[in-house]
Every structure is written in structure tokens, then in C-alpha cells.
Design a protein around this ligand. Sequence first.
Ligand code: SAH
Length: 285
Amino acid sequence: MADGEDDARPPSGRWPLRLERAQPSARRLVSPGTDSVIRHEPVPATPRVAFPVRRAAEPVRPAPGDGAPLRQHMVDRLRQAGCRDEAVLAVMARVPRHLFVDAALQGQAYEDTSLPIGLGQTISKPSVVARMIELLRERPGGPALRRVLEIGSGCGYQAAVLAGLAERVISIERLRGLHERALARLAPMALANLQLVYGDGRLGHAPAAPFDAIIAAAGGHELPPAWLEQLARGGRLVAPVHDAALKSQVLMVVDRLADGSIVQRIHEPVRFVPLESGISEFGHS
Ligand code: SAH
């Protein structure tokens, strides 16, 4: 973790901040040409979620019926592992994760594991989905989420969970094949407050901005400037970002406070697929 690390270089006051320039010590900077105050705060210790690993001998069980008992079991284990947000857990107990993966993988859908969803991408582990959404709901403006932007729809699972918690969710995917599959998988669920967009999520989605919450399922070397521009006051952004010092991705939490100032914190190391530029017709049927 970045606790206690001391990077001697001064942070630039401009967005995007390169992570390696972020100072863990408390500092206030006034950005030239903006009214934002950028504060770098000490990194709070975050508990690592110790999720019980499935024993090798435990058989892989297919999801019977609609999978409700397995989902409930998954939620019980998430709670035991430290997830405290009952609203998030209640929605995860409802969303049928097995319907977002191929039939051959449905037996593993309620284990705490990431799974391939095609075109080289993966659905995040349930504990990571719960953790990130829990962090979003701890935003300065309070847990109620009006507008949420998700970057990286993938199979659409996390978008469906977000739709159970927010008034409106916009989810962007850059691979046409995955976007189309997510549309098809979500159609029977008729989530009227969820809009899937085929596009480059690095640009955010200006027509629906500002967002109370922005969540990225893919990580780059820095946060795209559009995400911060589209973050509402009282809003929070949660995204994986490459940390040059640690040579790994870490979970970055950025808050825009009521006065417009920005606070960013680095949390635990994570592993997400890369945030790519532009769109791709890959997998288009
Ligand atoms: N939340 C998803 C996780 C998908 S993995 C789920 O529940 O399945 C991350 C996704 O981010 C991949 O599908 C990848 O194609 C997508 N991605 C990567 N860079 C992107 C970008 N610039 N814009 C939109 N999507 C992007």
C-alpha cells in the first residue's frame, strides 16, 4: 500500500494527476485556472477482504432453478468477509449472476471468482463488485445515488446491480460484441433506469453529466480528465489505476466535495483489465 511512502516530487496541481505524483501527505493546492482545491490525504488503512477460498474437493455446483439459494449463500459469505452495506447485498441477492456468463461457467457463477465473458474480458469477482459499490455509497453526498456512470459494461452484471441501487445508470462499453451481448442479456430484465452505451468510456458521457458516482471496471495509467469533469459535487469516483511506485494497479477513490475541491485516496491493490482507447467492432455479430 502507499501508506507512509514519501515521494519527494511536487504534485502538479493539474488534472489528471499522475498517480506517481500524488502525495500521501496532507497538502492543499490551488490549481491554476480553476477554483478547485486538490488535497492529497493520508491513505486510510483499508481491510483486505479475506474471502474464503473454495476447497479443491468441493464440487462445482450448477445453479439450479433461478439460483436463489446459491446467491443467498454468496451474499452470506460476502457479509462474513466484511461487506457491511446491506442495500448492496440485498441487490446482489436478487441479480442472477449466472445469466451473465456462458452456460459452461454457470456452475461457478456464485463463487467469489472472476470469469471470462468473451473477447478477452472478465466479469469482476462478487467481492470486488460489492466493495466498489459500497465505496461509491460512502460518497460525501450520502448513499442515495441519482446518476451513476459505469465504464466497462462487460457482460452487464455490475450494471444490473447498480441499476438496483441508483435512479439512473449509464454504462459504456467499447467492444461492440460485448455491448450487444449485454443488451441481449439485460433485455428480459427490463431495467428501465439502465442505459447501455457503445462508446469510449474514457470520454465519460457528457449528455447525462454530472454523475453522483463514476465506477470503472478497467484501469489505465491515469484517470481520464472527463471523469473528473463529469463528477458532481458530493460525488465519488472509484477506479483502478496503475501505481508506478508499486508497479501494480490500486483502487483509487476520488471525491468532489461540496465546495468543488477534490480529495483522492489510494486503497488496496487490485487487478482489472486495461482501460483501452477508442471503440472496436470486435465481436460484432
Ligand atoms: N463490469 C463488467 C466488467 C467487465 S471487464 C461486468 O460486470 O462484466 C471491463 C470492461 O471494460 C471490458 O468489457 C472492456 O472491454 C471494457 N473497457 C475497457 N476500456 C474501455 C473504455 N475505454 N470504454 C469502455 N469500456 C472499456
